[in-house]
Design a protein around this ligand. Structure first.
Ligand SMILES: C=CC1=C(C)c2cc3[nH]c(cc4nc(cc5[nH]c(cc1n2)c(C)c5CCC(=O)O)C(CCC(=O)O)=C4C)c(C)c3C=C
Ligand SMILES: [Fe+2]
Length: 344
């Protein structure tokens, strides 16, 4: 069998113009694992309400962060792909779950090079039905419908792997060294609480309270909240952070359902009001900087902090194409190539 790797990230609009943003959001938000309500209700909500107003506002936000080479998320993912390709001996392709650069094309690109054994690598440290699961389910459907003779194996969530925690901790350390933040906030993309309950394989463990995520359970393999809290705990341990000088929050809430709390914007405001003058923020649900980190955190978050008296707001970049991260992914891939098992 000939092996190859498909890295998969979220995707971005083709341009920061409202018509392209509308097309992208239409595809993204109509995914039943993102807005998980029945099709007719979802279509009414997305096409009848969200797509009437959000594309214009989102396009304005995208314009603030867009690079001359294109969307930061796409450009950074391509840099990562190119660097990983130099460290492994099998073909490495890149695809996006939404927008251009489809997973179908990514698989086809590998198949055209003779590959029939694919390692599908969702670029998300934590499992979520709106991210990892939608990628693996779509890839399996494509395999079944168009590529029945190939094998596809997926890389599971790697949130608690010691070598990942080490790379992430070292990166955070290098960016906050000399800044001496009084508080380090770990901000993760939010999800509706309902998503956590739906992914609970025990059907009863996830209460989304103070206890469930720290009480051992089979549910944790697919619990986004547990996995986020674990990343914070493991990095804090590695960096020797003192209790009270760091915390976890969830950003990017959309709609009125309860999402994971505490919310990042309110947490930044609270920290500023409590007299914190110097804070840093890290966003470990994203491996690549994107709209949610460059605009929502680095711009809006900083503005909130300054409005309530904060002075210094440091945004730690995502791992992006950091050399240590590239080496880590390449090691995992090389392990799969030589040992037939997914390394992480
Ligand atoms: C119901 C809505 C959404 C869920 C659930 C959700 C989960 C989720 N998303 C990411 C990562 C990213 N999301 C990004 C943008 C973005 N996300 C939503 C909605 C949900 N996300 C919207 C509407 C948007 C578009 C922007 C906007 O209008 O605000 C991005 C950035 C993409 C880019 O082009 O830069 C990322 C990355 C994760 C990890 C996640 C669940 C864990
Ligand atoms: Fe999102």
């Amino acid at each position: 069998m000939k092996k190859g790797v498909l890295l998969v990230n979220l995707g971005s609009p083709d341009s920061p113009e409202p018509k392209d943003v509308k097309k992208y959001l239409g595809e993204f938000l109509m995914d039943e694992r993102v807005i998980d309500i029945p099709y007719v209700a979802r279509a009414l909500l997305v096409r009848g309400i969200i797509l009437k107003t959000r594309p214009k506002a989102s396009a304005a936000a995208y314009k603030k962060i867009w690079w001359k080479e294109g969307s930061p998320l796409i450009v950074i993912s391509e840099r990562l792909q190119n660097k990983v390709q130099k460290q492994v001996d099998v073909p490495v392709s890149l695809a996006m779950r939404y927008g251009s650069m489809s997973i179908h094309n990514g698989i086809q690109e590998l198949v055209d090079q003779g590959v029939n054994d694919i390692l599908l690598f969702p670029l998300y440290p934590q499992f979520a039905m709106a991210t990892t699961e939608t990628i693996t389910v779509l890839a399996e459907k494509l395999r079944h419908d168009f590529f029945p003779d190939i094998n596809i194996e997926s890389v599971p969530a790697f949130y608690n792997k010691p070598d990942y925690i080490e790379v992430l901790s070292n990166s955070i350390k290098s960016h906050i060294e000399g800044e001496n933040p009084q508080h380090l906030l770990f901000s993760y993309h939010g999800v509706p609480e309902r998503h956590i309950r739906k992914s609970d394989v025990t059907n009863s463990h996830c209460k989304i309270d103070g206890n469930c995520c720290v009480t051992s359970s089979k549910a944790h393999e697919f619990c986004y909240r547990h996995q986020c809290l674990e990343v914070t705990r493991l990095v804090a341990e590695k960096l020797g952070l003192k209790e009270g000088t760091y915390s976890t929050s969830f950003q990017s809430r959309l709609g009125f359902d309860p999402w994971l709390q505490p919310y990042t914007d309110r947490t930044i405001e609270r920290l500023g009001k409590q007299g914190i003058k110097n804070m840093a923020i890290v966003t470990p649900a994203f491996v690549s900087d994107c709209l949610e980190t460059l605009e929502e955190i680095a711009m809006e978050g900083q503005e909130i902090f300054h409005e309530v008296g904060g002075k210094h707001f440091k945004t730690v970049p995502c791992l992006n194409d950091d050399d240590a991260f590239v080496t880590l992914l390449s090691q995992w891939i090389n392990h799969w190539v030589t040992s037939e098992t997914v390394a992480v």
